[in-house]
Design a protein around this ligand. Structure first.
Ligand SMILES: [Zn+2]
Ligand SMILES: [Zn+2]
Length: 147
């Protein structure tokens, strides 16, 4: 088990994991490079902190990959972004949208945002469950596509 924990920490180091306070509301946030080993992509709304989670096994995603054989990741993500149903706020989900604070919606990562995930940081006054609940409430996983 110890060696497993080391592996997780090393991976977090490689992925530039870091905690920082939101400059607007002061809540602790966590940023990390999205792991290429995850089986989903996250696209972020360009108007609010919501995200769309597109699983590699999703039928709509499979269709897009099939229609664009050999396409680069960024190209695939732009096609996915065009096909996704708009966010409830009226914004669009994009791979490279600025990342926002989940609590106050201030933009916290604007440069090279593609591939960066921002979530609430675990802290003494918030359980892991609370942290995951905040993220889950902002994440669309079903009814993703516009047609
Ligand atoms: Zn904030
Ligand atoms: Zn939105």
């Amino acid at each position: 088990m110890l060696s497993d924990m080391h592996a997780v920490r090393d991976d977090a180091d490689l992925r530039n994991a870091a905690e920082f306070p939101c400059p607007e509301c002061g809540r602790r946030l966590h940023r990390i490079d999205h792991s290429p080993f995850e089986d989903f992509h996250l696209l972020y709304c360009d108007g609010c902190p919501r995200m769309a989670e597109v699983g590699h096994g999703d039928a709509g995603y499979a269709e897009i990959r099939h229609a664009h054989p050999g396409a680069e990741h960024a190209k695939l993500m732009s096609v996915v972004a065009e096909r996704l149903r708009p966010c409830d706020c009226g914004g669009r989900f994009r791979a490279d949208a600025p990342r926002r604070c989940p609590f106050c919606a201030t933009t916290v990562v604007t440069r090279d945002a593609a591939g960066v995930d921002v979530t609430p940081a675990w802290s003494d006054d918030a359980s892991v469950d609370d942290t995951e609940a905040v993220t889950a409430a902002l994440t669309r996983r079903t009814d993703l596509w516009s047609d």
